[in-house]
Ligand binder design. Structure first.
Ligand SMILES: Nc1ncnc2c1ncn2[C@@H]1O[C@H](COP(=O)(O)OP(=O)(O)OP(=O)(O)O)[C@@H](O)[C@H]1O
Ligand SMILES: [Mg+2]
Length: 337
């Protein structure tokens, strides 16, 4: 990786959502970045803030909820949280490609597939009508859609779930983005199609050198495609490091719990697979202190008083950050200052 500068960086991001009567702090002081050619996986239980954190700065949260964002999200020299909606829409079109869990949230059911891709390529990559058409056909082919000339003229409802997912990937790539954001791109698909779609994303990344932010519940997916992992718990980063470090030497009790609940990733084969007891906290009334305290085996009185700082440790040569001073102290893990 020659270029080490992040091409998308989020710094101390807070996102509050207000819906009718309640407000939720969905993202609570999160920082992360991604570099060209790198895949960063974001993992965490349902409701931990993965989608809000990645789609919020792009202005892609559903309508009907008021969003209040603080902090910073920088891409292409712009501050996403303060640029105008036209500039944001332009940046979203040409710099970011987004793959959603449900293809129909990106595709227009009323328009044929090919022209949707061509329109994107004309608008954001500045191609001529003919060049955009050609590129759309080649993107369909590259996304593994057989007979792309014929599919060009099909409507979304004429395609299967797996083919639609591929068409959405083609759409996300149509403007040649620098950052691809994939929010649970394979959850709705069967295992074989899942593997094919992930391979497709990986292949595109290798060929184009783009950065990928991959949101997933599936630790197996993390192991096979991610360079780095961010473990999110109740809107905060619990642990961050290379996929290798986090999966093989998890430190935060929450990460350990997540891995212990996946049969293939038990740290010790003699320990039975088990779920983390309890549920994530309500993000409506937030207590001070560690969000994981109520579910944690290592909890101490101090954990409920102060938010645990994200500290850099050095158990391998790569940066690894953990927000649990208790486990670091108990296991004598040195903190890097
Ligand atoms: N449209 C909305 N209106 C109100 N609250 C919302 C909305 N979308 C998300 N939230 C709240 O924001 C928090 C974070 O949700 P988010 O969807 O980012 O979680 P997630 O990690 O993506 O979960 P999942 O794995 O289920 O997709 C949750 O507490 C959720 O209830
Ligand atoms: Mg989500």
């Amino acid at each position: 990786m020659s270029d080490d500068q992040p091409i998308y960086s989020i710094e101390n991001l807070f996102i509050d959502l207000y819906a009718t009567t309640v407000s939720v702090r969905a993202v609570d002081g999160v920082s992360f970045n991604v570099r060209p050619g790198e895949t960063v996986a974001v993992v965490g239980e349902s409701g931990s803030g993965k989608t809000v954190m990645t789609l919020g700065p792009l202005g892609l949260l559903p309508e009907g909820v008021t969003v209040d964002m603080k902090g910073s999200a920088r891409a292409d020299g712009s501050e996403l949280l303060s640029i105008g909606s036209r500039q944001l829409s332009d940046l979203r079109g040409r710099y970011f490609g987004v793959i959603f869990q449900d293809p129909m949230s990106a595709l227009n059911p009323m328009l044929k597939i090919g022209p949707q891709l061509a329109r994107q390529a004309r608008r954001f990559a500045g191609l001529s009508r003919e060049a955009a058409r050609k590129q759309a056909v080649s993107l369909l082919a590259r996304s593994g859609i057989p007979d792309p000339e014929d599919r060009y003229n099909r409507y979304p409802h004429e395609m299967s779930g797996g083919m639609l997912q591929r068409a959405m990937i083609a759409l996300a790539l149509a403007a040649r983005p620098r950052v691809l954001i994939a929010d649970e791109p394979t959850t709705a698909l069967d295992a074989t199609v899942q593997a094919q779609i992930l391979e497709l994303i990986r292949q595109i990344q290798r060929e184009d050198g783009i950065a990928v932010v991959l949101i997933t519940h599936d630790i197996g997916v993390v192991a096979s495609v991610a360079d780095r992992v961010i473990v999110l718990y109740a809107g905060q980063v619990a642990e961050e490091g290379t996929a290798m470090d986090v999966l093989t030497r998890p430190v935060h009790p929450y990460t350990r719990g997540l891995l212990a609940s996946v049969p293939d990733f038990r740290a010790d084969d003699n320990v039975a697979t088990r779920e983390i007891p309890g549920l994530p906290p309500s993000q409506i009334r937030l207590e001070p202190g560690c969000r994981f305290a109520d579910r944690c085996e290592l909890v101490e009185p101090g954990c409920r008083k102060h938010r645990p700082p994200l500290q850099t440790i050095s158990i391998s040569a790569n940066p690894h950050r953990v927000a649990c001073p208790v486990v670091l102290r108990r296991e004598g893990i040195a903190v890097h200052v």
